[in-house]
Design a binder for this molecule. Sequence first.
Ligand code: NI
Length: 175
Amino acid sequence: MAKLTILEFPDPRLRTRAAPVAAVDGAIRKLIDDMLETMYAAPGVGLAATQVNVHQRVLVVDVTQEQDRPLAFVNPEIIEREGKTDAEEGCLSVPGIFDKLSTRSSRIVVRALGRDGKPFEMEADGLLAVCIQHEMDHLEGKLFVDYLSELKRTRIRKKLEKERRERAGGAAPQR
Ligand code: NI
């Protein structure tokens, strides 16, 4: 397995719409394994292939504290949704930023192919439902900050750019 680099907002590659996976082959299984390793190391509860600059419809999720229930979804579709929830969200591509969204369904049924290539359906609620919806947005090139105001989004972009500059310059000797 290999740890992958996570793209960060406002990287334009995060705006790419992912293409459907034609076949769950060895390359897709390796991608899933690498994405899980990357997500667990971050640490995070979900990761979409878009975030590691692979523009195919693959996402991984594990909302357990123990990190012992990895889930992989290939070509996921939400086939049922109900209710509304306003959980706080964060994103590995928008590090350190959290905000409450009120746009998520509280219960969903998702249909996808698993790591074994077999179709399955899963009902999800709570954090798992929110997480799957968040990751599916990534596959459309959409980020959770898109639901916030333009003013907030600009502030977040400036804060992240400043942090990146400081990180890049951090190793330089003081004058
Ligand atoms: Ni995210």
